[in-house]
Design a protein around this ligand. Structure first.
Ligand code: ATP
Length: 369
């Protein structure tokens, strides 16, 4: 096991900069997840750590050792890819044993280790099968087993679950987490799946266009995103983004006025008349029941009227996709009760202003809170 440290790592391919100035300090035994949209540089970072790519500049340490010039096979890392790349002519046992045989480990020890790994991944009954006699999930477990058997200092996993169907993906994800808790091997995991990122990570690194946007614990990234990109990347459905003009007293949202707390007014006081992007998560919007209006006409609510587009009952809650009449701006609302509305109905929605974000509409930087 080892720490992994990247200092100002950059990788260029001719005139394409795949990653720019990446600095990460991954403590021994932690599980870090690199997420971001396609092309953001996740795989390039992983491949650079593995030694399959060479950094154009910057320093890379595994443990205390500078490894920039150390070849991949001497780095003591194990990488598992999306396509399992098992040896088709070998049995499961031979596949798991392969890395150890290459290192000329004592055959007795190899046999023992194969058994331990097979047990931990529930593969004991499959040891004599060839890869083509296995399901996708079993093949993926063998690929993981082959990596684990080597007892590397670092695990590098590149979208290892993306070929699996939904159920298997959930199960294997949970197994992976358990395995990490048992083995405690420093793990760096690449995915574009935000559920995997949230559920597996000690720390998430959100990337965009080759740059780090934010590093933090899953709940911190979710509740305190540093910019619009991070805010809209994590969360399903994602945070709503609504363009608005600041009036000094509130926001003009497509012709409707949303009142806002004094703390927002104070923060944006130089921005009267400017356009901003408001961010609010679907679970922080609630329906204003008409009875509440009737019974408390004096109550000042931070509400907006929208039109229902689609109602999606999800069992535990209902997702209502709404829009502002006459615009293409969509507002997703997650409500914990059954919703009887149908397409075209008007709804009055209240925003939980304690959970409101304000972003610079051009740069996406967070301005509030
Ligand atoms: P995905 O989720 O689609 O796999 P990624 O985030 O893993 O994407 P990378 O594969 O790291 O992204 O690629 C980052 C950028 O570098 C992309 O713009 C890609 O086109 C470019 N790139 C990667 N490898 C090469 C290469 N060998 N030659 C030229 N450009 C490359």
């Amino acid at each position: 096991m080892a720490t992994v440290r990247l200092e100002n790592i950059k990788r260029r391919f001719n005139n394409v900069t795949a990653i720019e100035d990446i600095t990460l300090d991954i403590p021994d035994g932690e599980f870090w997840v690199l997420v971001g949209p396609s092309g953001c540089g996740k795989s390039t970072i992983l491949r650079t750590i593995a030694g399959l790519e060479t950094a154009t500049s910057g320093k890379l340490y595994i443990g205390e050792k500078l490894v920039n010039n150390i070849p991949a096979r001497q780095r003591d890392v194990a990488m598992v890819f999306q396509n399992y790349a098992l040896y088709p002519h070998m049995t499961v046992a031979q596949n798991i044993a392969f890395g150890l045989q290459m290192r000329k480990v004592d055959p007795k020890i190899i046999q023992e280790r194969v058994m331990v790994v097979a047990r931990s991944l529930s593969l004991e009954h499959l040891l004599e099968r060839k890869p083509k006699q296995l399901s996708g999930g079993q093949q993926q477990r063998v690929a993981l087993g082959r990596a684990i058997a080597r007892e590397p200092q670092v695990f590098l996993l590149d979208e290892p679950l993306s070929n699996l169907d939904a159920q298997l993906r959930d199960d294997t994800r949970a197994e992976l987490k358990q395995l990490h808790q048992e083995l405690g091997i420093t793990t760096i995991y690449v995915t574009h799946d935000q559920v995997e990122a949230m559920t597996l990570a000690d720390k998430i690194v959100v990337l965009n266009r080759g740059r780090i946007q934010q590093i933090g614990a899953p709940n911190t990234i979710y509740s305190q995103p540093t910019n619009r990109m991070v805010a809209t990347f994590l969360g399903s459905p994602p945070m709503n983004i609504v363009p608005a003009k600041f009036t000094g007293n509130g926001f003009d949202v497509m012709g409707q006025i949303l009142s806002c707390p004094n703390s927002v007014k104070e923060k944006l006081r130089l921005g009267v008349g400017q356009n901003f992007d408001l961010g609010i998560r679907p679970e922080h919007i609630s329906l204003v029941e008409p009875s509440r209006r009737r019974e408390h006409p004096e109550e000042e609510l931070s509400e907006l009227t929208v039109e229902v587009k689609v109602v999606e009952p999800l069992g535990r809650e209902t997702l209502v996709r709404t829009g502002f009449p006459g615009t293409s701006v969509i507002l997703n609302v997650q409500i914990s009760t059954e919703v009887l509305s149908k397409r075209g109905d008007r709804l009055s929605l209240e925003f939980n202003l304690d959970k409101l974000f304000v972003f610079d509409s051009s740069t996406g930087d967070k301005l509030y809170p």
